[in-house]
Design a protein around this ligand. Structure first.
Ligand SMILES: [Zn+2]
Length: 110
């Protein structure tokens, strides 16, 4: 039913149904899904499920970094930017990047 309404695969339909079940705890899940589909609110649940899936993907990103070249500190993919923070993955590279951005101290010469 959900699959037909939104054109999603079985796994995603299951996740959407689970999200609806979690939110409303309906006695009749199929009836509730039908009502949500009719009102257009089912698409909101689809967006919610898709957003969660993309966040999970972002969380998995560090595994992909293992195949990337190492930063000067020996961390694979350390200089690559974390898509969520926009800063390097390696903490030492982060400190280096922050130091580059901050203005150099002036008037502190010998
Ligand atoms: Zn580094």
């Amino acid at each position: 039913m959900v699959m037909n309404e939104l054109g999603v695969d079985r796994a995603e339909a299951g996740q959407i149904a689970a999200a609806v079940q979690c939110q409303y705890a309906p006695r009749n899940l199929a009836g509730c899904l039908g009502a949500l589909a009719k009102s257009g609110d089912l698409a909101d649940f689809q967006g919610h499920v898709r957003g969660r899936a993309s966040r999970q993907q972002a969380r998995l990103a560090p595994d992909d970094r293992r195949t990337r070249p190492c930063c000067p500190h020996g961390e694979a993919g350390g200089v690559d930017l974390n898509p969520r923070s926009g800063r390097p993955w390696c903490p030492l590279c982060r400190i280096g990047a922050a130091a580059d951005i901050e203005p150099a101290p002036t008037g502190a010469g010998p």
